[in-house]
Design a protein around this ligand. Structure first.
Ligand code: AMP
Ligand code: ZN
Length: 570
């Protein structure tokens, strides 16, 4: 079925689409011609022979004569009629039996056959290929991932056993493809896996396990597997995967931590030795509405507020920035410092209640995360989740206002919008915002193209599946040369450039001139200052941990090209 669909798809793309229009115009011309003949037939029959025929009979006569079938059951018996029948037969031969098949062949069949004959899929990579990334399974995550690799001029190859997919990816999208079965050891050898930099397994969980086992029988190349079901994580590790990424789990956690409004504990995004980077919603904390200086977070806990997220925008705060109710604060410091912040904020408020719209893989993962906090939640899904026996969601379509009202949405403090359909997610965001202007809405974007729409519909935070997945993959490939915080924001590590040696953080003017800021300093003896004072001096041999966008990171590197890039483990 899929094969037929992809064949038919050929006829509605590019040149073929133009040709299809020409053909449709031709059909319209034939139709008008036949209707005219049927009308003339009835007129002549009535006026020359006094016989009356219905319009359907006229059409029937025209078809049998034009197609040269000529059953002979309805015929003229006079000269005008004979002449007319002759004209109809000849035009039928010309327009129906010659021009029509000819145009179908030249406009569609010939280009289709030509394309298939011309395309010979690549079956193996050159023997000297090395340092490439082998990708099994192309979905929205790996598609964005290979686009990023292209942007960096890194070598990759996509493996598919679908001939038409290979043709489409290679011929139309210009991607490097090898055609073959992903679990065949011979194909693996042809992919030169032993000299590859990384293998990304992104098919079904059983296929991924098979890929890992086949690969391990050949070489030690690191492999990262993306699992659908978090419970399969251990199996894939046993099969030889070096990293297993459980996307539903990660996305569920991202959504859940950003949805809790009050008393939610700081959520650690990443750790670099002693340094932790965490997020905390401002709402419900004693600092809400204060400026950063008034909050005294640094004085009371030792933590630095390095960023403020609001509606998808990250700003780097100054002393006078107001800690807005609707924002999330991005903090750095040690785990003890985070604990003292949690103490300062106090116990979770009891009236926190989160609505989770969609109880699929991701919604279920979000619910499990909230359970651990614990934060109460209500799940709504239009169908049962076959893999979850733990939760009992309200069954119903979340787009129905009645369902949401009956479930008590007016008591909710946050909503997690996580269906598998982005239009539904946009609609649910709009509806939740309309019903509840103050609620915190966190939405999932299945496609990156819908992120802006979700923000426009009123979401406070949008978590885009593909961006999150791609960033995790990129960080693995980079072995953490920079760490993704959210769309477009990285933490990166560099040695102090010669030009800045001896200056303190303020006079380095990194924030003013490049926009990125220093969040930690690591000294040659291994000691890490996780909240350096603005007066801390940049000494030679010190490593700086910086936060900034991808552009700011690039700008840093072009201004200080000799500043050594450091791995986070160093
Ligand atoms: P998953 O992609 O595994 O997270 O699944 C998404 C979930 O969203 C599925 O369980 C769907 O049944 C659910 N879903 C999709 N549309 C709606 C809707 N309009 N109302 C409620 N649930 C929905
Ligand atoms: Zn569940």
């Amino acid at each position: 079925m899929k094969g037929i669909a992809s064949q038919l798809a050929f006829f509605v793309r590019g040149r073929a689409r133009q040709n299809l229009k020409v053909l449709l115009i031709y059909f319209a011309f034939l139709l008008v011609m036949m209707l005219t003949y049927a009308t003339v037939f009835r007129y002549l029959m009535w006026h020359t022979e006094g016989r009356e025929f219905s319009f359907i009979a006229g059409i029937y006569w025209t078809i049998t004569v034009m197609s040269t079938l000529g059953f002979g059951d309805v015929t003229f018996h006079n000269d005008i009629g004979y002449a007319f029948s002759g004209i109809v037969t000849i035009s039928g031969v010309v327009f129906l039996l010659i021009i029509l098949p000819f145009s179908v062949v030249t406009l569609f069949l010939a280009p289709w056959i030509e394309q298939r004959l011309r395309y010979t899929p690549t079956l193996e990579l050159p023997a000297n290929t090395h340092g490439h990334i082998v990708v099994f399974g192309l979905d929205s995550i790996t598609r964005l991932f290979v686009r990023k690799l292209q942007g960096r001029n890194m070598n990759f190859v996509i493996v598919t056993q679908d001939y038409d997919r290979a043709l489409k990816l290679e011929e139309q999208e210009g991607l490097k493809v090898v055609y073959g079965s992903p679990t065949d050891a011979g194909v693996m050898r042809h992919l030169r896996v032993e000299s590859a930099q990384y293998v990304v397994a992104n098919l079904s969980d059983p296929e991924n396990a098979n890929i890992c086992l086949t690969l391990r029988s050949l070489c030690d190349t690191p492999v990262v597997a993306l699992v659908g079901d978090p419970e399969h994580q251990v199996l894939l590790q046993q099969a030889g995967a070096n990293h297993v990424i459980a996307m539903p789990h990660i996305l569920g956690r991202f959504l859940a931590t950003r949805a809790t409004t009050k008393g939610a504990m700081a959520h650690v995004l990443d750790t670099f030795g002693a340094l932790q980077i965490a997020e905390i919603p401002v709402n419900g904390t004693p600092f809400a509405g204060m400026t950063l200086a008034q909050s005294q977070i640094r004085q009371k806990t030792g933590l630095s507020v390095i960023g403020l997220w609001k509606r998808g925008q990250l700003t780097i705060p100054t002393r006078d920035t107001i800690l807005d109710d609707e924002s999330l604060a991005l903090l750095t410091g040690s785990s003890d410092q985070l604990k003292s912040l949690e103490k300062l904020i106090g116990d979770p408020d009891e009236d926190d209640l989160i609505f989770i719209l969609g109880h699929g893989h991701i919604g279920c993962a979000a619910a499990r995360f909230l359970e651990r906090k614990p934060v109460p939640f209500v799940l709504i899904d239009r169908s049962e989740n076959s893999v979850c026996t733990r939760h009992q969601p309200i069954l119903g379509d979340a787009t129905s206002r009645q369902i949401l009202m009956d479930a008590g949405i007016e008591r909710a403090t946050g909503v997690i919008v996580t269906t598998n359909d982005d239009s539904t997610n946009v609609f649910l965001t709009l509806a939740s915002r309309h019903m509840h202007p103050d609620i915190r809405i966190v939405a999932r974007a299945n496609s990156d193209e819908n992120v802006d729409q979700l923000y426009a519909a009123g979401a406070d935070f949008v978590v885009a599946n593909a961006s999150v997945g791609t960033s995790i993959l990129m960080n693995l490939i980079d072995r953490k040369a920079s760490v993704f915080l959210s769309e477009g924001m990285n933490v990166f590590k560099r040695g102090v450039p010669v030009a800045l040696v001896g200056k303190d953080i303020v006079s380095s003017e990194l924030r003013d001139t490049l926009g990125c800021s220093i969040v930690a300093l690591k000294y040659p003896d291994g000691h890490m200052d996780t909240s350096p004072e603005p007066t801390a001096v940049l000494e030679p041999g010190v490593s700086m941990l910086l936060i900034g966008s991808a552009e700011q990171e690039k700008a840093f590197d072009s201004r200080y090209p000799h500043s050594p890039k450091k791995k986070f483990a160093e």
